[in-house]
Every structure is written in C-alpha cells, then in structure tokens.
Design a protein around this ligand. Structure first.
Ligand SMILES: NC(=O)C1=CN([C@@H]2O[C@H](COP(=O)(O)OP(=O)(O)OC[C@H]3O[C@@H](n4cnc5c(N)ncnc54)[C@H](O)[C@@H]3O)[C@@H](O)[C@H]2O)C=CC1
Ligand SMILES: O=C(O)[C@@H]1CCC=N1
Length: 284
C-alpha cells in the first residue's frame, strides 16, 4: 500500500517517524510532498521514503492520502488537485469537518486528529469517517493509527473537547509543568530552574507508569500520596479551589477558537461556490 503524505510539518513528520518506528510499514511505502523541499531532504536521511515532485503526484500514486497542512491551506490545496475518485482522503486538520472535505472529494473521506506523542507510538488518535469509506479502507486506516498508539472513534459533537484532551494536551501539560517549575523557583530561589524541570519530568514519567502499569485511578493515586492530615492534602485543596475555573476558561476559549476556525473554513467554501466558473478560473 502506498501511503501519501502532503505537508511535512509537525504532524507530517510525526506520521513518518511514528509509522516507520512502529515497524508497521517500510519508509518505501511512504510517498511525501512538502512545499519546502529541505524538510523532506533532512528527514529522508533517517527514513528513506519516496519524495514526490508535486502534490498531484502523491494523489496519483497513493492509496491513502494524509493531508497535513494547516486548516486554512487545506481546501484551497484540495481544489487545485485532481483527486482520483477511489483515493481515501484523510485530513488531520482541526476545524475542517467531514462535510467540508466531502465538498472537494466525492470518494472516501476520514478525519483524524493525531497527536505529537505518536512519534513515540503512544497517545490517542481521534477518528471518524464518511459513508463512502469501505470496511477494508477503514480497517487499513485503523491498522496504521493503532501502530501510532490507541484510536478513539469520535463524533463531530465531541471531537473539539476530545482534541484538547488528546492532541493539545501534550503542549498544555508542558505548559503546566513549566508554570509549576517557575513557581517553585520563585518560592525557593535556592532551587535551580533546570533542576526543578528535571524533577518534574522524571516525576511525570513515574506517575504515568504507576497509572498505566498498576491500573490506578486518579483517586487511588491521590490516596497513596496524600497522607491524611499531611502536606499534599494542602496542595490538593488549593487545586480544588483554583483549577476548575482555569480549566473551564481553557475549554471555553479553545471552543471559541474552534468556532472561529470553522467559520473561516466555511467562508472559504462559500466564497468559492458563489463564484462563477470564469471568476474561479481567474482567481487560480
Ligand atoms: N501540531 C499538532 O500537534 C497537531 C496538528 N494538527 C493539525 O495538523 C495540521 C498541521 O499542523 P502542523 O503540522 O502543526 O503545522 P505545520 O505548520 O508544522 O505544518 C504544515 C506543513 O504544511 C506544508 N504545506 C502548506 N501548504 C502546502 C502545500 N500547498 N503543499 C505542500 N505542503 C504544504 C508547510 O510547508 C508545512 O510544512 C493542522 O491542520 C493542525 O490543525 C492536528 C493535531 C495535532
Ligand atoms: O493547536 C492546534 O491548532 C493543533 C490542533 C490540536 C493540536 N494542535
């Protein structure tokens, strides 16, 4: 199977590294195109994938195509391309719906929200597909996604909040840990910032292992750490007072951003369909 990737930024590179590292595919199964050719050249030293001279070549040669450009680059690029009707199109863009993708491709279409952690073959890929995706196309895609970590099938109604929990979360967790380290150093200047960061990273890895290998729930882990009447309990009550508001704000603001992005994508679509064929030709 030829796996096409257009766009070799964070997500395109994650797909190359994650899929190749998993051993599920050989780099030769990948055919890749990026606007900036140097990115492909550097990565190809490690994973000798096929490089296409243009995006159209990827469409012609691939059986499944991962489109990894930014949301607002996606539909304009797809309109420039001539997609073979059988091609299974997979978008990874936040804010681009299955309906948006169906407006540019009459064949099988899936939407995946991947995560940067899949570069290490862990993490959650969110997945949904349209009615044109056959059981064997779906199975082939799920096999690739399972090589990258775990897969959660999701609805359009839940995908935005789930995106924050799976796909934004690595960045958000890093942001939380940085604030934690900075606060520790503000509170205790004798502690070095890099030392505080190292302590938190190792502690986060240990915490993840306890949760995973011992199957502990968050509440069980808290019970093990927070000695009754002890120190951690004081910290937890501060979190209980302050964090609900912070996370409510975070989800509110990220939902607003999703809404804005969807409006911009829809506007791109509306302005395209309202143009006459002649005007369309002029704008290209
Ligand atoms: N970064 C992340 O953790 C996640 C990103 N996403 C989605 O993935 C998509 C890509 O995000 P990133 O990889 O972070 O962005 P990025 O900016 O790192 O990568 C985009 C890439 O697309 C290339 N590109 C743009 N137009 C092109 C064209 N016409 N032909 C070929 N290549 C073209 C750019 O050169 C760039 O390398 C976005 O739609 C985003 O919503 C989804 C989940 C997680
Ligand atoms: O921040 C973003 O827009 C992308 C989508 C989810 C994670 N990264």
């Amino acid at each position: 199977m030829n796996i096409g990737i257009i766009g070799l930024g964070n997500m395109g590179q994650m797909l190359v590294k994650g899929l190749c590292k998993s051993g599920m595919i050989s780099p030769r199964d990948l055919i890749v195109y990026n606007r900036t050719a140097e990115k492909a050249t550097a990565l190809r030293q490690l994973y000798p994938f096929q490089v296409a001279e243009c995006a159209q070549t990827v469409c012609q040669k691939a059986d499944i195509l991962f489109l990894c450009t930014k949301p607002l680059d996606m539909l304009p690029l797809l309109r420039e391309l001539s997609l073979p009707p059988h091609l299974h199109l997979v978008s990874v863009a936040a804010g681009v719906s299955l309906a948006d993708l169906e407006s540019v491709h009459s064949g099988p279409v899936s939407k995946v929200i991947p995560t940067v952690t899949s570069e290490e073959n862990r993490g959650v890929s969110l997945y949904m597909n349209n009615a044109k995706v056959t059981p064997s196309e779906r199975a082939a895609l799920l096999q690739l996604l399972e090589a990258l970590g775990t897969v959660e099938e999701i609805t359009e109604a839940a995908i935005e909040t789930a995106t924050i929990l799976t796909s934004s979360a690595p960045g958000l967790i890093a942001g939380i840990l940085e604030e934690f380290a900075q606060a520790a150093v503000r509170h205790t200047p004798e502690l070095e910032l890099d030392s505080a960061r190292r302590m938190l990273v190792e502690t986060m890895i240990g915490t993840s292992l306890l949760l995973e290998r011992q199957g502990l729930g968050f509440d069980q882990l808290i019970e093990r750490v927070a000695t009754k009447g002890g120190i951690t309990q004081e910290g937890l009550s501060v979190l209980g007072r302050t964090l609900p508001r912070a996370f409510d704000d975070l989800l509110h603001m990220t939902t607003e951003k999703h809404t804005l992005l969807k409006q911009l994508v829809r506007r791109q679509n509306d302005s395209h369909t309202s143009k006459t064929p002649t005007q369309k030709g002029e704008s290209q």
